[in-house]
Ligand binder design. Structure first.
Ligand code: 1CP
Length: 361
């Protein structure tokens, strides 16, 4: 594939487009043999993230192989806590672990705000190298974790199922919790701004764990800080034109609240009915999603059928609708078959034009 494809950016701006663009969360990852080969060459995951040429190589692998409509920076959400001194390591079979998790209000009080260009310069270097290599082929997405999601890892020290420590902090010492969320938010704003200045053309905020909260606490401890991020970026002329997408996994009941932040798009997980989501907020924001990622572990026929159902659920793009970007409802899993990704991309790229015809109504 050659030339320049800006379909994804046009769709994210709510413009009328000729077909539905597609990219896939975790599109560079362990399901791809070429990713595993580069990771083996790097030695470990963090070296891969911290070596811009290698991060660039794996970012481009799924673009070269499948012809997706956007590239996402290869990095991780945990780079910010790492830069704050928590000591990130990726333990084989466990996942990311912090050597020095936050265990007290005193630990939180000691945190400093990283300098995005200095302390996270390897991320900005990766963005610059990737933009150069892409050479306009497809747009590049930058990203961050949400403050609540980052704070969860910083306090728990690793992935969690019960969120005992972070919720303990939230209920027992809300002042320290807010202090932590504020310094993470300020750091995220600096980080996203630096990514845009380095060349990121859209931004995605992964609120992977916001859905673990009650509605009231979601608003106070997750959404309020994502609101600060959206407002800060929209009020800064350097970042105002860069579209921003919020994704709260498990956040289907809060779409109106999320859309009201002034973000450009919402990521939807697979539990959300796309047709209903379109009725609720489809004239305010672009909707991104939401095929169940486990379908990618089955057969190509199933992938094609389920992809059609997602396209049909959004249905015709009518005047006033902001539009749809195809994605999975969460990251593609290590057991996914690469051939299924090819089938998915082809199905969406070939079948979606029918939903973009002229209709007045
Ligand atoms: O090679 C390996 O073994 C590492 C696996 C891996 C990969 C491929 C990790 C560790 N991170 C990544 C890359 C990554 N992480 C990307 C790259 C770009 C792409 O999408 O292709 C992105 C956007 C992320 C974001 C990320 N990291 C999130 C938010 C999105 C989501 O999936 O909900 C989260 C929660 C993380 C933390 C993380 N990093 C890695 C793992 C295994 C985890 C999950 C840990 C857990 O909670 O159990």
């Amino acid at each position: 594939m050659s030339g320049s494809n800006d379909l994804y950016l046009r769709a994210l701006r709510g413009e009328k487009v000729e077909r539905t663009p597609i990219w896939v969360m975790r599109q560079a990852g362990r399901y791809l043999p070429e990713y595993r080969a580069t990771r083996a060459r790097a030695g470990d995951f963090l070296t891969l993230c911290k070596t811009p040429e290698m991060a660039c190589e794996v970012t481009l692998q799924p673009i070269d192989r499948f012809g997706l409509d956007a590239a996402i920076l290869f990095s991780d959400i945990l780079t910010i806590p790492d830069a704050m001194g928590l000591g990130l390591v990726l333990e084989e079979g466990v996942g990311p672990v912090f050597e020095r998790p936050l265990r007290s209000a005193a630990d939180i009080a000691k945190l400093g705000r990283p300098d995005a260009e200095q302390d996270l310069g390897y991320v900005m270097d990766a963005v610059r190298v990737i933009r150069g290599e892409l050479n306009g082929r497809v747009p590049l997405i930058g990203f961050t974790g949400s403050p609540w999601t980052l704070a969860s890892y910083m306090v728990e020290g690793r992935g969690s199922k019960e969120f005992r420590l972070i919720k303990g902090l939230m209920f027992e010492d809300p002042k320290a919790m807010h202090q932590l969320l504020q310094i993470v938010t300020d750091s995220v704003i600096d980080y996203l701004t630096a990514q845009v200045l380095a060349g990121a053309q859209s931004l995605m905020v992964f609120d992977t764990w916001g859905g673990m909260l009650s509605t009231e606490n979601y608003q106070r401890f997750s959404l309020a800080y994502m609101q600060q991020i959206v407002s800060a970026l929209k009020n800064d002329q350097r970042t105002a034109a860069t579209p921003i997408v919020l994704f709260t996994k498990g956040g289907g009941q809060w779409l109106e609240l999320m859309a009201a932040t002034g973000c450009d798009g919402l990521g939807l997980d697979w539990t959300v009915d796309l047709a209903t989501a379109k009725d609720r907020v489809g004239e305010q924001v672009v909707l991104q999603g939401n095929l169940d990622p486990t379908v990618m572990n089955t057969g190509a026929a199933q992938v094609r059928d389920e992809a059609d159902k997602v396209l049909q659920a959004y249905g015709q793009h009518k005047t006033g609708d902001k539009g749809h970007i195809f994605n999975l409802g969460h990251g593609i899993q290590p057991h996914a078959k690469p051939d299924n990704m090819q089938a998915l991309v082809q199905q969406v790229q070939q079948h979606s034009a029918a939903f973009h015809g002229e209709t007045s109504d």
